[in-house]
Design a protein around this ligand. Structure first.
Ligand SMILES: [Zn+2]
Ligand SMILES: [Zn+2]
Length: 378
């Protein structure tokens, strides 16, 4: 178990960050103080951070957050500061930074499930960011990468080789890990399966390509937006259905009357969960990937769920083991079997973050990436 350090965090640097203060008010670019890494921690100069739906859920107030906060958790960069006790990273290493903080020694970590880690960390007790008045700024989702640099726990950082640009690699740390992992780790989709994916955004498209990689017989993407359905076909969907059509009837026709062995809910729309239950075959599995707003409730018919042997699984961060999964994903990308470049709709400077958030909010973007340091990307 990592001991909570009593470090007072007196040494640090000033970095530019996009600070959130209240829902629906613009992020403000501020110079904030970032603590140097303490024992077991690492500092990373951020090259690029992709904007995830979770960031938007916090910014828009759909999820509760302490204020002020800096969000951004889908990041990549280079190691620039190393805390005491970290011996397996060097300054200059190109890395992906994830929100998955794991101690390596709790029950879940020992069972090989770092996303379920119950360890406590010094960074949980006291985050590394302060505003100009010395008040703590919440390190959103344990990363706070809408900034020039981050200080994180060693376990959150994964080295990547030279075969991938860092703006593309950033996507691995959340969208791709979550989407592909939901298929391979959480659901363990078998070859020949009938798969339906509800929601074809940044995560949903990665569920689609994960299902294709798993050898699914049919991968049916469902979304209200025709542009996303077109993207789903490029990512390996065998068919698409627009929301508004008779989705159960379409799925029935495409699965020869069997319905879906797996339905992945990769949207925050609560209604999709109930829709998804209605698309399952006997013994079928519903996988909850997207996160609705806090307090959402769904109704289900337990008799049908039990008598048809259906399963409902929650997928946290694709049940990822990043130390295993990130290198595997980089290898698939290198072999041309994993599409990443096509996930990026546009690139923005940190000063343009409001524009980038707006384009994601409107549904126009799959992933928008904030480029914080162009010189580190390639
Ligand atoms: Zn995310
Ligand atoms: Zn742990």
């Amino acid at each position: 178990m990592t001991n909570v350090s009593s470090t007072s965090r007196t040494s640090g640097t000033t970095v530019r960050a996009a600070v959130w203060r209240e829902p629906r008010s613009p992020l403000s670019l501020e110079d904030v103080w970032l603590a140097d890494p303490a024992s077991g921690e690492v500092g990373v100069r951020v090259a690029a951070t992709a904007i995830c739906g979770s960031d938007l859920a916090y910014v828009d107030g759909h999820w509760e957050s302490p204020s002020p906060a800096v969000f951004g958790h889908e990041a990549a960069g280079t190691v620039d500061r190393i805390g005491p006790g970290v011996t397996d990273l060097a300054v200059g290493d190109r890395v992906v930074v994830t929100l998955i903080r794991s101690c390596g020694s709790c029950r879940k970590c020992r069972a090989g499930a770092p996303v379920g880690c119950s360890g406590r960390f010094a960074l949980d007790e006291r985050g590394p960011l302060r505003d100009a008045y010395g008040s703590e700024i919440w390190q959103g989702l344990g990363v706070a990468a809408f900034a020039e640099a981050v200080t994180v726990h060693r376990s959150q950082v994964f080295r990547v080789g030279p075969g991938i640009d860092l703006d593309v690699a950033a996507l691995l740390s959340c969208a791709v890990l979550t989407g592909v992992g939901a298929v391979r780790n959480t659901a363990r989709v078998a070859a020949g399966s009938f798969v339906v994916v509800l929601g074809a955004g940044g995560v949903g498209l990665n569920v689609v390509q994960g299902a294709r990689l798993a050898g699914a017989a049919e991968v049916i993407a469902v979304d209200p937006d025709q542009r996303r359905l077109d993207a789903a076909l490029r990512f390996g969907a065998s068919a698409t259905v627009a929301v508004g059509e008779d989705v159960p009837e379409e799925v029935r026709a495409m699965t020869k009357g069997e319905m879906a062995d797996y339905v992945f809910v990769a949207t925050a729309a609560v209604s999709a969960i109930e829709t998804g239950l209605g698309l399952l075959a006997r013994m079928g599995t519903l996988v909850l990937v997207g996160m609705p707003r806090s307090g959402a409730r769904v109704s289900l018919d337990p008799v049908t769920v039990a008598s048809t042997g259906r399963r409902i699984l929650g997928s946290k961060m694709g049940s990822a083991k990043p130390a295993r999964d990130i290198p595997a994903l980089v290898a698939l990308y290198g072999e041309g079997r994993l599409e990443l470049d096509g996930l990026i709709t546009a690139r923005y400077a940190l000063s343009e973050i409001e524009e980038a958030l707006g384009s994601l909010r409107s549904g126009d973007a799959l992933r928008n990436v904030i480029i914080t340091d162009e010189s580190l990307i390639a």
